[in-house]
Design a protein around this ligand. Structure first.
Ligand code: C2E
Ligand code: CA
Ligand code: CA
Ligand code: CA
Length: 277
C-alpha cells in the first residue's frame, strides 16, 4: 500500500504554519496587552472544608481581547510566555493586581482573605524576586501574610540549592508558600522533608477514579495523612462532585477548591463571598 505522503505533509505543514503565525501574533501583542489591561485577574474561591468558610482565593490570569471580548485561558499562552521569558512580567503584573484587589477590599470595609498568586517555575529562583514582591506589597499597603505564593512541584525544586534558598527567603519575607500540582508529575518525598511549605495543593488527578476505585481512595487518604503528619496544610483542587467532597470530609482534608463550589470569576465578583467587617 502506498502511504499518502503528499497529503500528510500538506496537513502537517498547514498546522505548523498556523502555529507559527499564532505564536507571532501572540508575541506581537503581549506587551501591548499588558500595558492596556487586556490581562485580567480572575479569582477562584477556596474553602475550609470542616466549616465551609471561605479561606482564600487563587488568582488566575485571563487574556481578554478588546475587539471580540473573547477570554483566553492560560494554557493557551502561559507555555509560550514561559519559553520567551514574558512570564516574569506577567507574574509581577498579577502580583500587583492581587495587591490592588486586597487594597480595594480594605477600602470597602470588607474582611480580606489571603490570595494565592502563581509564580512560574521559570521565575521562582530569580535573584531578588522576594524583594520585588515585597515592594509591590508595600506599595499597596498589603501585609505579605495576605499573599500565598504557589509554585509548581518540579524535580529542580527538590534538587536545586538556589531554589531552596529562594523559598526560604520568600518565607522569611512573610509570604506563605504552597506547593502546587502535587502528584501531577513525579513526586519527590525529599522535597516534603526539606520543605518550608505551608500548604500542599493536591492535583485534581488524585480525585480521578476515587469514587469507584478503592486503591485510588487509599492512595489519596494515605497521602493526605502523610502531609498532615508533616504539619503541612492539605488542599485538594478540582472538586467537581458532592461524592468527592464527602470523601475529603471523611479524610479530614483542610481546604478545597473546584467547580463544585465555584469557577474562577472576575475579581470584583468575589466580594459576594466576603463577610462585611
Ligand atoms: P493551576 O495553578 O493548577 O490552577 C488551577 C486550574 O484548574 C485553573 O485553570 C482552574 O480554572 C482549574 N480548575 C479549578 N477548579 C477546577 C475543577 O473543578 N475542574 C477542572 N477540570 N479544573 C478546575 P486555569 O485558570 O485555566 O489555569 C491553568 C494554569 O495556568 C494554572 O494551573 C497555572 O499553572 C497557570 N496560571 C494561571 N494563572 C497564572 C499566573 O498568573 N501566573 C502563572 N505563572 N501561571 C498561571
Ligand atoms: Ca495554582
Ligand atoms: Ca494546581
Ligand atoms: Ca498548573
Amino acid at each position: 500500500a502506498e502511504l499518502p505522503v503528499g497529503d500528510g505533509f500538506a496537513i502537517y505543514d498547514n498546522a505548523m504554519q498556523k502555529n507559527l503565525q499564532e505564536v507571532r501574533k501572540i508575541e506581537k501583542r503581549m506587551q501591548f496587552g499588558i500595558e492596556n489591561n487586556e490581562f485580567r485577574i480572575y479569582l477562584q474561591p477556596q474553602f475550609e472544608l470542616a466549616t465551609g468558610r471561605l479561606s482564600g482565593a487563587e488568582a488566575l490570569v485571563r487574556w481578554i481581547s478588546p475587539e471580540t471580548g473573547l477570554v483566553s485561558c492560560p494554557d493557551y499562552f502561559i507555555p509560550l510566555f514561559e519559553k520567551n521569558g514574558f512570564i516574569k512580567k506577567l507574574d509581577l503584573y498579577m502580583m500587583e493586581q492581587t495587591c490592588r484587589v486586597l487594597r480595594d477590599w480594605k477600602k470597602q470595609a470588607l474582611e480580606p482573605v489571603p490570595i494565592a498568586v502563581n509564580i512560574s517555575r521559570r521565575h521562582i529562583g530569580e535573584p531578588g524576586l522576594a524583594k520585588r514582591l515585597l515592594e509591590i506589597c508595600e506599595a499597596h499597603g498589603v501585609p505579605p501574610e495576605y499573599i500565598e505564593i504557589e509554585m509548581t512541584e518540579t524535580f529542580e525544586l527538590a534538587e536545586n540549592k538556589t531554589l531552596q534558598k529562594a523559598l526560604i527567603t520568600l518565607k522569611k519575607a512573610g509570604f506563605s508558600l504552597a506547593l502546587d500540582d502535587f502528584g501531577k508529575e513525579n513526586t519527590s518525598i525529599s522535597l516534603l522533608r526539606e520543605s518550608c511549605f505551608d500548604v500542599i495543593k493536591f492535583d485534581k488527578s488524585f480525585l480521578s477514579g476515587c469514587i469507584e476505585d478503592k486503591r485510588a481512595r487509599g492512595l489519596l487518604n494515605s497521602m493526605l495523612q502523610m502531609v498532615k503528619n508533616l504539619g503541612i496544610k492539605t488542599h485538594v483542587e478540582g472538586i467537581e462532585r458532592w461524592e468527592e467532597e464527602d470523601l475529603l470530609k471523611k479524610y479530614q482534608c483542610d481546604r478545597v477548591q473546584g467547580f463544585y463550589y465555584a469557577k474562577p470569576m472576575p475579581a470584583d465578583m468575589l466580594t459576594n463571598y466576603l463577610p462585611k467587617t
